[in-house]
Design a protein around this ligand. Structure first.
Ligand code: AGP
Length: 614
């Protein structure tokens, strides 16, 4: 949530900042701004709305702004104060010499602001961030040292923050610090970059250092001073970033979401690679540190996650219980953290997160860790805050996901849960070998089946056109595909703003059926297997109430042709692996409906890619 970028070196900062913000736009898009230092003066450029508005303003002053070789930038997802130009970052102090960009929430900003106002500070915005600018200015007035001023300020601010600060009188310096919000330093030749996420800097350098909580870096073009907030000097841990810049290109697709949907066959191959080598070999999960004895002692598994990751977790519950016979609870992390935490050393706690930076999930795993539970993190970002809490890690290897609506990361999480569940079943010897082998085979052939679905996307597009004007949408399924119904509904509502809900098909008759009439599309996920006949009768019940019926099915059964107005077909697949296939047409359906409605697919309103506030 919110994106930060910074540059100090010998190049012009402007395009580095704007390109960095472009690659962070998925983190927020309410407003944007930059601060530069030109001829010894800090100048702010800010604009409400999409980044393009800031680009237009800076373009008009390009010759002037390009003189600066230092700068900080910000893209905002509003928490405190409306998304206006005044509330856009960077923020400054009374004298205008300081500029601050901030990601996170300053929890005690009201008290700080009252205090600072008493001391003569004049606030221009409604943001929590502006307090930091005034506070640092006060500390600077006392110390005449920017690092010390930032350090003293961090002793008074509570909450979560990643901060970058510049001061007009120290024009070759950026000071940055963080607590519970991500921030990394990119290292170049005679230059440094700062960013809240890798995409902002990956085109410039792969050499980087992650700043940890309560640490401060002071950057000049040729030096990096690295201390903690108690002034201890720290040894930088320089890492090689394993990302490719090409991940940030749309590769000819109209939207990142469509490109990422199409990447899914390769994502499945990547996730399986090195872990599932052959049907008769056991699954290898190198970073899972639990041994057979630990598994024997496990009494329960608790999974915590949010949004799409929560739906992947629900599939995880289904298959772990089915394959291993261990009871699994799944709870939204945002609920888990506000009630008594009942986990112990015999509970395995699994946190699932694409970004690894979701505040609710981080808090949940930390609470469980404090009670002695083993923490296993399933994430697309092994470099994230959440991954650093892990005792065991399952990196999902989906590559950078830019679209706010998660697609390929969901696929990677679901496949990772299959690997984990089979791995556990092998350790516990809780499943017949022949069944395990069948599952492994299904996973290995899955990419071709996804490719088949993608090859028939025109028929899904036609279906989308037919139903794009619906005001509401219902998705029904049972058993292992209930989370698929929830995820299909979430995809549709987040990018098209159509009110979509997923129900277990059996629950329809207990209330939701009252909503059905000739204007309501009901999409049944009808996969052959245990509950096929049941969903078929639930679909008949819906049809009898005049609902517009759509089937998503692998069935060749002719009797469904009269029941459904539209049929989306997927290849034959084992019910147990079907969620990984059935989600693909639903992602495409949501995509094409949003496209027909002219929505901003990659950047839906009110959302941000990684939600770093609780
Ligand atoms: C997915 O399409 C959503 N944008 C959202 O629900 C997301 O899955 C959720 O915020 C959790 O994020 P995480 O996986 O990064 O923790």
């Amino acid at each position: 949530m919110c994106g930060i970028v910074g540059y100090i070196g010998s190049k012009s900062a402007l395009d580095i900042l704007l390109d960095g913000l472009t690659n962070l736009e998925y983190r927020g898009y309410d407003s944007a701004g930059i601060a530069v230092n030109i001829d010894g003066m800090v100048e702010l450029y800010k604009a409400e709305g999409k980044l393009q508005n800031l680009k237009d303003i800076t373009e008009a002053n390009r010759t002037h702004i390009t003189k600066s070789t230092i700068g900080i930038g910000h893209i905002r997802w509003a928490t405190h104060g409306a998304p206006t130009t005044i509330n856009a970052h960077p923020h400054s102090c009374n004298c205008g010499k300081i500029a601050v960009v901030h990601n996170g929430i300053i929890e005690n900003y009201k008290e700080l602001r009252e205090n600072l106002e008493k001391q003569g500070c004049v606030f221009r915005s409604q943001t929590d961030t502006e307090t930091v600018a005034h506070l640092v200015a006060h500390k600077y007035a006392q110390t005449n040292d920017l690092t010390e001023a930032v350090r003293l300020a961090t002793k008074e601010i509570e909450g979560a923050y990643a901060l970058c600060v510049i001061h007009q009188d120290v024009k070759d310096t950026i000071v940055a610090t963080r607590r519970n919000a991500p921030l990394l330093v990119g290292i170049g030749e005679g230059e440094y970059y700062l960013a809240s996420d890798v995409p902002a800097i990956i085109q410039h350098t792969k050499k980087a250092m992650y700043i940890d909580d309560n640490q401060i870096v002071t950057l000049t073009p040729n030096s990096m001073k690295y201390i903690d907030t108690d002034k201890n000097v720290l040894e930088p841990k320089i890492e090689h970033l394993p990302w490719e810049p090409v991940a940030l290109s749309k590769m000819g697709y109209k939207h990142f979401m469509l490109k990422e949907i199409h990447e899914q066959p390769d994502v499945v191959r990547n996730v399986l690679s090195g872990k599932l080598k052959a049907i008769d070999e056991k699954i290898k999960l190198d970073e899972v540190t639990l041994n057979a004895n630990d598994f024997k002692n496990l009494t329960r598994i608790q999974i915590v996650a949010c949004g799409t990751s929560l739906h992947a977790a629900m599939i995880g519950k289904y298959i772990i219980e089915d394959f291993c016979g261990i009871p699994v609870d799944v709870e939204p992390a945002s609920e888990f953290i506000y009630r008594r935490t009942i986990t112990d050393k015999n509970t395995l706690v699994i946190g699932v997160s694409q970004s690894g930076e979701t505040a609710d999930t981080i808090t949940a795993v930390r609470q469980a860790k404090a009670l002695g539970s083993h923490i296993l993190i399933v994430t697309n970002r092994p470099d994230s805050t959440m991954a650093r809490e892990a005792n065991s890690l399952v990196p999902v290897n989906a590559g950078i996901e830019v679209s706010v609506a998660a697609t390929k990361s969901y696929m990677a999480q679901v496949i990772s849960f299959y690997l984990l569940a089979i791995y556990m079943a092998e350790v516990k010897e809780s499943m017949e070998l022949s069944e395990l082998n069948k599952l492994k085979h299904e996973l290995i052939v899955l990419p071709q089946k996804i490719e088949e679905v993608l090859a028939h996307k025109e028929s899904i597009k036609a279906c989308a056109k037919r139903f794009a004007n619906a005001k509401d949408f219902i998705f029904i399924a049972r058993g292992i595909n209930f989370p698929t119904a929830l995820e299909g509904a979430l995809k549709l509502k987040e990018i098209s703003y159509i009110n979509a809900t997923g129900y277990t098909a059996g629950e329809l008759k207990h209330g939701p059926i009252a909503m059905l009439d000739e204007s309501m599309p009901v999409l049944s996920i009808l996969i052959t297997g245990k509950v096929y006949e049941k969903i078929l009768s639930n679909s008949e019940e819906a049809k009898a109430r005049n609902a517009r019926m759509i089937a998503l099915t692998n069935s060749t059964d002719e009797k469904i042709n009269d029941l459904f107005e539209a049929i989306i077909r997927v290849p034959e697949i084992d019910e147990l692996v079907s969620p990984a296939l059935a989600i693909v047409p639903l992602q495409l359906l949501a995509y094409y409906i949003a496209e027909f409605l002219g929505k901003d697919v990659d950047q839906p309103r009110n959302l941000a890619k990684s939600v770093t506030v609780e």
